[in-house]
Design a protein around this ligand. Structure first.
Ligand code: G6P
Length: 472
C-alpha cells in the first residue's frame, strides 16, 4: 500500500476539541483563539517540522464558518461534522452516557434508559467516529503514528485499523474507566462495540494503573481479554516551568491584588486564610459537597468566622445539558446561602466566580493556604498538581481518594472520601491549622511528585512506546 499514501502527516492527533476555535466578529471577520493543555504543549515538543497534524471537530458556528471559508491553521484539520450529528454524539452519547458511566454519575432508579432515542444517538456517534477514521486514513503517511484521544472517539481505532492496517494506532483515555459492574449497565452489543473499537489500537494509554486495570477487567468480562493490544500508564504531570513563569506575569499580579481586596483582612488585622478550589463545573467535581463541607466547618468551628474565605472558581462547562445547568445553579444557590447565613459587612465567606479566567485562577493558586480537590471521580485532576507548584506560601492539599492524582500525591495530602462531608469538614480544619513548617515540607514534596512527568515527556513517551509496538 506504500505508494498509495502520499499524504505527509507522520504524527496525527485526533480529538473532539482541537487546539484552536473561531468566533465570527460583528464585521464578519473570523477570530482564532488557541487553547492550552497537555496535548498542546506535548505536540509542540516534537517541533514544527515533525509532520504533525491535529484532526478535530468543528464545534462552534465560527469553526464551521472557518471550514467553509477554507481558513485554518497549519497542522490543524477541522472536520465539519453536521451540527445535529455532533450534538447527538457529543451531548447525547459522549457526555450523557460515556462520561456518566466512567464517573459513576447516574441516579440509577431513573437512569440510564437505553431506548430508541439512545439508539438513534448511537448511530450519530458511529457516524461521527467514522468521519474521524476516514479523515485520518486520508491524511496519514505510510506507517504514521496516530494518537486518538478520549471517550468521544472510542470507535476510531477499530475503524481506522480496517481502513489503514499499516498505521500505528494509539488511544489515550483522559478519564477514569468504569468498574466492570458499572460498565455492564451499557447494552451488551454497545459495550462490546466500545471495547472492540478501542482494542483496534496497537496501544491504549491511561492516566493511572487503576483505570488501566478497570479497562482490562471489562475486556476480560465482555470480550474475552485485550487481544494483542498493549496497555500503558502515563500519569500526566503539571508543567512547572510554564506555570512558574506564567503565574508571575502582570495580569496575574493584577488579579492577585483584586482577589486580596475581595478576601479582606481578619478582625485582628492579619491575613484571612484562603481555601481555594478551581474547577470546571462538572458533575464529577463535587463542588456542592465541597460547599457543604465548608458550611459544616463554619457550623462546627465558630473560631473561623471572619478568619477564612473559600475562593471557589466554578467555570461553565457543557451548558447545553440541563443537568449541568441545574448543577451550576445549585452551586450558586448554596454559595449565596452560606454568605447569607454567615457573612457580615466586612466578610464574604464564599467568593464564587463563574467566568473563566486563567490569570485569576493562577492568582488564586498563589494565594491558597488550602487547596480543596474533592471529585467524586476524576481521571487525574491537574489542579491538585498545579496549586502546590504555584502557591506563594505553600499550601495544604485536601484531596479525594477518587482522583487519579491520589496515587501520586496521597502521602502529603489530607485525603478524603468525597461523599463524606463531615470528614471533608474535618480535613479542611486540619489543613487550615497545619503548622507552617510541615506545610512547607509537604508542599515541596507535592510539587516534586506533581511535576515528575511534564506534558512534553508524557507525550513523547507515548509516541515512542507506540512506535515500538510493532517491528517496522
Ligand atoms: C475533561 C476531561 C477530558 C475531556 C474534556 C472534554 O477535561 O478530562 O478527558 O476530553 O473534559 O471537555 P469538553 O469541554 O470538550 O466537553
Amino acid at each position: 500500500m506504500a505508494s498509495t499514501h502520499g499524504a505527509a502527516a507522520q504524527v496525527l492527533v485526533a480529538s473532539n476539541r482541537g487546539p484552536v476555535s473561531y468566533t465570527v466578529g460583528e464585521d464578519g471577520s473570523l477570530h482564532a483563539r488557541r487553547g492550552g493543555g497537555g496535548l498542546v504543549s506535548g505536540l509542540s515538543a516534537i517541533g514544527p517540522d515533525a509532520g504533525a497534524l491535529w484532526v478535530c471537530s468543528a464545534l462552534s458556528d465560527g469553526d464551521r464558518e472557518a471550514v467553509r471559508r477554507g481558513v485554518g491553521e497549519d497542522g490543524v484539520r477541522m472536520l465539519p461534522v453536521p451540527a445535529d450529528v455532533h450534538a447527538d454524539a457529543y451531548n447525547g452519547i459522549a457526555n450523557s452516557v460515556l462520561w456518566f458511566v466512567h464517573h459513576l454519575l447516574y441516579q440509577t432508579p431513573l437512569e440510564p434508559v437505553f431506548d430508541a432515542e439512545f439508539r438513534r444517538q448511537w448511530a450519530s456517534y458511529e457516524t461521527y467516529n467514522r468521519a474521524f477514521a476516514e479523515a485520518l486514513a486520508q491524511e496519514a503517511a505510510q506507517g504514521a503514528a496516530v494518537l486518538v484521544q478520549d471517550y468521544h472517539l472510542c470507535l476510531v481505532p477499530g475503524m481506522l485499523r480496517e481502513l489503514r492496517p499499516d498505521l500505528r494506532i494509539g488511544h489515550f483515555s483522559h478519564t477514569p474507566w468504569a468498574p466492570v459492574d458499572y460498565f455492564g449497565l451499557l447494552p451488551g452489543d454497545i459495550r462490546v462495540q466500545l471495547l472492540r473499537g478501542m482494542l483496534g489500537a496497537d496501544r491504549l494509554g491511561f492516566l493511572t494503573r487503576r483505570w488501566a486495570d478497570a479497562f482490562a477487567a471489562c475486556c476480560e468480562e465482555f470480550t474475552g481479554g485485550t487481544g494483542g493490544t498493549e496497555i500503558g500508564v502515563h500519569g500526566l504531570g503539571a508543567d512547572a516551568d510554564f506555570l512558574r513563569a506564567r503565574s508571575r506575569e502582570r495580569d496575574v499580579e493584577e488579579r492577585l491584588a483584586a482577589l486580596r481586596e475581595e478576601i479582606g483582612t481578619a478582625p485582628e488585622g492579619g491575613a484571612r486564610k484562603v481555601i481555594v478550589r478551581v474547577d470546571r463545573t462538572e458533575l464529577s467535581k463535587n463542588i456542592v459537597r465541597g460547599l457543604l463541607a465548608y458550611r459544616q466547618l463554619l457550623d462546627d468551628r465558630p473560631e473561623w468566622h471572619e478568619r477564612v474565605v473559600h475562593v471557589a472558581f466554578a467555570y461553565p462547562s457543557r451548558q447545553d445539558l440541563a443537568v449541568y445547568r441545574d448543577y451550576t445553579a445549585e452551586v450558586q444557590r448554596l454559595a449565596g446561602e452560606i454568605n447569607e447565613r454567615y457573612g457580615s459587612a466586612g466578610w464574604t465567606p464564599v467568593v464564587l466566580h463563574v467566568k473563566d479566567d486563567f490569570a485569576r485562577s493562577l492568582a488564586a493558586y498563589r494565594l491558597a493556604d488550602v487547596a480543596l480537590v474533592n471529585p467524586i471521580r476524576d481521571g487525574m485532576n491537574l489542579v491538585a498538581k498545579e496549586v502546590p507548584v504555584v502557591s506563594d506560601r505553600g499550601c495544604a492539599l485536601v484531596l479525594s481518594r477518587e482522583a487519579g492524582a491520589y496515587g501520586e500525591l496521597r502521602e502529603d495530602a489530607i485525603t478524603v472520601n468525597p461523599y463524606d462531608v463531615l470528614e471533608t469538614a474535618r480535613a479542611l480544619h486540619e489543613a487550615l491549622t497545619m503548622a507552617p513548617e510541615e506545610r512547607a515540607q509537604r508542599t515541596k514534596r507535592l510539587a516534586a511528585a506533581a511535576t515528575a512527568l511534564p506534558p512534553a515527556r508524557w507525550f513523547l513517551d507515548q509516541l515512542e512506546a507506540l512506535r515500538g509496538t510493532r517491528a517496522s
